[in-house]
Write a protein that binds this ligand. Structure first.
Ligand code: 5AD
Length: 332
């Protein structure tokens, strides 16, 4: 598929859009059957050194910045595991300190649970040596979104060169991480053609995981009054990603739920196969301002219910405790 075809597909609606989604679901079924992946995310810190225009965690903003300890991360990993969720995602703003704290936690989680949990990191740009350290202590995978593949837009919204971000993605690939990346759909100033460029770029990176999530105007950012990214275009971007990277993990992001109840089911119907449940300690959740204070926080129950509506199995770990059974029951 070439860029012009991608651009055309991003714009289809009605019967053609239905056909696009059917094709995407068919490819998903071919590579994954009816099996989805549930991840448990723990947001390790709301501190960040960056100034991304769209992000309320940007360094200029003053709010309760927190940083979990290694103990709290290990405790969170136990909760994720006890819920039967097979992937722990440790995510946070970009600060140097996370290398040490998260590295220490990973060591202890590996000691305690072996390789029963996949450990996925979403911690921003770090040096090759820091990434190597995190891989050495036992991390499996890393997501570093390029956000936009257009140099000028990247510079305008993120204040540093796209090439640096791409070099970091290459570092992760070289270190044998399973690598994820992705794009923001409808970033102010982005054209459909540029979104097509993003998806072609994602394919060229040969990613294991790839997201397309809509731009959400967040309070306390320079983009607070800009329009949201288009919902239908985001769904089409998910479906096209499924075609370009058929074996990849593609999330039905929580931002889809901001448009309408069932927004994430629509993401699954467009070919996504991942849903992320929030396991951040309650005391810190309100200090993680991604998408603003009124973000949609996904619970395990919502995730299982959503997957069921999308016709997908949750793949929770079988011998985990009874939470799983009782939740499944509550969702029938
Ligand atoms: N709209 C959409 N995505 C956003 N992110 C941060 N702020 C926004 C926003 N306003 C996304 C970025 C980042 C991820 C953690 O959250 O893509 O990589």
């Amino acid at each position: 598929m070439n860029k012009n075809e991608v651009k055309e597909l991003l714009g289809v609606r009605g019967a053609e859009q239905e056909a696009l989604f059917r094709l995407a679901r068919g490819l998903r079924r071919q590579h994954f059957g009816d099996q989805a992946v549930v991840r448990g995310v723990v947001e390790v810190t709301s501190a960040c050194v960056r100034s991304c225009t769209y992000c309320p965690m940007r360094v200029e903003n003053q709010f309760g910045r927190y940083l979990l300890t290694s103990d709290e991360l290990v405790e969170s990993a136990r909760r994720v595991f006890a819920s039967g969720v097979p992937v722990l995602s440790i995510q946070g703003g970009e600060i140097p300190k996370t290398t040490k704290i998260v590295g220490e936690a990973i060591r202890r989680i590996r000691d305690e649970l072996g390789h029963q949990l996949e450990i996925l990191l979403v911690l921003g740009d770090k040096s090759h040596d820091e990434y190597r350290h995190l891989k050495d202590v036992g991390a499996d995978s890393y997501i570093l979104k390029f956000e936009t593949s257009i140099e000028e837009l990247h510079e305008r919204h993120r204040f540093y060169p796209l090439a640096d971000r791409v070099a970091a993605i290459k570092s992760l690939t070289d270190l044998n991480f399973k690598v994820g990346s992705g794009t923001i759909v409808g970033l102010p100033g982005q054209t459909v053609e540029q979104l097509a460029d993003d998806l072609m770029f994602a394919r060229s990176l040969g990613l294991d995981m790839c997201s397309a999530s809509p731009f959400i105007p967040a309070k306390n950012t320079p983009l607070a009054n800009e329009p949201m990214g288009d919902f239908q275009t985001t769904l089409n971007a998910i479906a096209v990603t499924r075609i370009l990277l058929p074996k990849s993990l593609i999330p039905a992001v929580s931002a889809l739920q901001k448009y309408q109840a069932g927004g994430q089911v629509a993401g699954l119907d467009a070919g996504a196969n991942v849903i992320t449940v929030n396991f951040t300690p309650n005391k810190d959740q309100s200090d993680y301002p991604i998408y603003g204070a009124d973000r949609f926080v996904v619970g395990l129950r919502h995730a299982i219910h959503t997957l069921k509506r999308g016709g997908l199995a949750s793949g929770l770990i079988d011998d985990a405790n009874t939470i799983r059974g009782s939740l499944a029951e509550a969702c029938t």
